[in-house]
Design a protein around this ligand. Sequence first.
Ligand SMILES: C[S@@+](CC[C@H](N)C(=O)[O-])C[C@H]1O[C@@H](n2cnc3c(N)ncnc32)[C@H](O)[C@@H]1O
Length: 238
Amino acid sequence: MNAAPTRHGPQAQGHDGSSVRSMFDRIAPTYDTLNHLLSAGVDNFWRTIVARELPDPSARVLDLCAGTLDLGVAVQKEHPGAQVICADFAVEMLRRGQHKLPTAGLTGADAMNLPFKDESFDAAVCGFGVRNVSDLAGCFREVRRCLKPGGVFVVLEFFRPERAVTKFFHNVYNRQVLPTVGAAISGDKGAYQYLADSMERFFSLAEAQELLRENGYTDVRGYDLFFGVASVLRGTRS
Ligand SMILES: C[S@@+](CC[C@H](N)C(=O)[O-])C[C@H]1O[C@@H](n2cnc3c(N)ncnc32)[C@H](O)[C@@H]1O
């Protein structure tokens, strides 16, 4: 099966990296409140599942598209000895989350051009970030470059749903709940419309698994959380 790279990414919705970055910088002040409200707090439970996918010990862990650091916090909690490095191109998101994990290294960086040495991480995670990158294959290769051989990459994401029940749930949530509640609390209707639309245009979990394999990962597997509302994708750097 060939993944279809033209379907996904912010460019499919008329955005580029810089407009996505300024959008996240804009919604940073209300991001956490909305996130936990819209997911009824389930999002942090999902992040714990991702953190538990990492081998223990994992000495140096990259949290890619780290936002306000909630996934980094989950990783640190599950792996207290790890050094967590959080990277995101929207520096305002990192700044807003900094207090949650003062020990983390923070880096303003694009997921397709990371300022880290080859083979400098034991593991990497990315929570709800890959849907926003304009070249997912390039991002997978860039993370691979930064991982040591055998290093694990775990992604948490809202992939395009394939099951009827999940499609129904996504439709209601994306067309009604997310844009309306997002606009009311953040005051930024466009940002939350973008986030809703981006789920429908993104790769399915099966397509993303294939893309990960094609870009240098083995032992690739994926599984659904809450009937496929969110999913976990995991691969090992070959
Ligand atoms: C929906 S938030 C998720 C934040 C956090 N990981 C979480 O679990 O809540 C997506 C984050 O990805 C970042 N992001 C999107 N595209 C990026 C890119 N190309 N390079 C770096 N960060 C990016 C955004 O700035 C934003 O902070």
